[in-house]
Design a protein around this ligand. Sequence first.
Ligand code: HEM
Ligand code: HEM
Length: 216
Amino acid sequence: MAVDDWLAGTLLMRQSQLESYIGRVLVFCHRHSMKTSSRIVESGYTPTAKLLHWVVAALMIAQFTIAWFMPHIGRDTKPDTIINLHFSLGILILAIVVVRLGWRWTHSEPAPLGIPPWQVRSARVVHAMLYLLLLIIPLLGWMNASWRGFDVTVFGLFRLPRLMATRASGFGWTGDVHIVLSWYVMLTFVGLHVAAALYHALVRRDHVLARMLPGG
Ligand code: HEM
Ligand code: HEM
């Protein structure tokens, strides 16, 4: 009898604890969804989002042009002016993308413009891949520069720390992956992205490209 009472009391306590837990989780979810939905109400890209988008796009064009003209980097290469410029520009892109992701975190994407759901979903996948590559590619470049024993001096202003010891075993692949992700994966996604923007502007003649332009 005493055991039954004790058991019933404990279960009752557990149940009320559980209820209060669930209550707290529900309140958290509700508050969070209120916060998220207030982020989604944006009707277009803010001037800051547009500026960051076009600055990164311009820097990427410059970066690929430099990469094209850069001498092949081998064991005896000295990180001279053009290679250093590649490092500096890459680090600048990385820094801007970190700021941009912070902006994106607090300002959600504007509401879709009545386009088919599959297009909304594929645009989200492509944008997420672009952001991911914009982070991974410069980080791998920085790792490979460290692995090669190069100093990464950003526009001659300050030197970044080395991410690993020179020729650290097991990290030689960083250069190859950096190159493949840049020439093949990044350019494929940028190609898809630009083709989609042109399709919207020229074929569907909707507002998708216009809202990323100044005044749009
Ligand atoms: C978004 C930024 C970046 C892009 C798109 C990019 C792109 C490229 C491309 C296309 C190449 C190949 C060049 C060739 O074909 O010879 C390359 C090589 C290289 N990049 Fe970058 N890069 C970026 C950022 C960086 C950064 C930040 C660093 C270092 C701090 C860096 C270091 C290197 C190194 C060391 C190589 C030679 C790799 C090797 O030959 O093994 N890159 N990069
Ligand atoms: C001529 C070149 C480009 C054009 C015409 C273009 C066009 C656009 C347009 C119209 C949007 C908005 C899409 C929407 O409203 O759903 C957009 C978003 C975006 N673009 Fe581009 N873009 C170009 C180059 C680039 C490049 C080089 C990158 C990066 C490598 C890039 C990364 C992004 C990302 C990450 C977004 C998503 C923005 C967000 O919602 O956070 N774009 N672009």
